[in-house]
Design a binder for this molecule. Structure first.
Ligand code: 5GP
Ligand code: ZN
Length: 109
């Protein structure tokens, strides 16, 4: 999607602090962190929201979570605990319509 900010970040057209990348996902630090660790894990392929997922995306969505788990360990927050959030739609506060998993931790919430 040409006008999607996360697609532009994934393509390197907009700067972001990248923490992880593989064939399926890219992880970046949130520009406006809500916790000491606030990472966004994005599928490299554009998907608007959870509402647009299909059965073929199940492995990809699982990979978002296992990536979050690994990044939580690297950030040193795995034992303390962390929150994984995926906002869907306007009422949930989704502001960027490219699926992303928030990884939040590093302080009690
Ligand atoms: P949502 O509200 O859609 O679940 O979350 C979007 C998140 O993206 C917000 O936490 C916001 O701070 C973050 N964000 C918005 N624009 C940018 C950007 O250009 N770069 C980065 N790294 N994060 C962004
Ligand atoms: Zn996108």
């Amino acid at each position: 999607m040409t006008d999607c900010i996360f697609c532009k970040i994934i393509k390197g057209e907009i700067h972001s602090t990248h923490v992880y990348r593989d064939e399926q996902v890219t992880a970046i630090r949130d520009i406006n962190p809500a916790a000491p660790t606030h990472i966004l894990i994005l599928p490299n392929r554009h998907i608007d929201s959870v509402n647009m997922l299909t059965n073929e995306d199940e492995q990809l969505i699982g990979h978002l979570f296992t990536t979050a788990k690994q990044l939580a360990a690297l950030e040193g927050i795995a034992d303390g605990g962390y929150r994984l959030i995926m906002n869907t739609g306007a009422d949930a506060g989704q502001t960027i319509f490219h699926v992303h998993l928030h990884l939040l931790g590093g302080a009690p919430m």
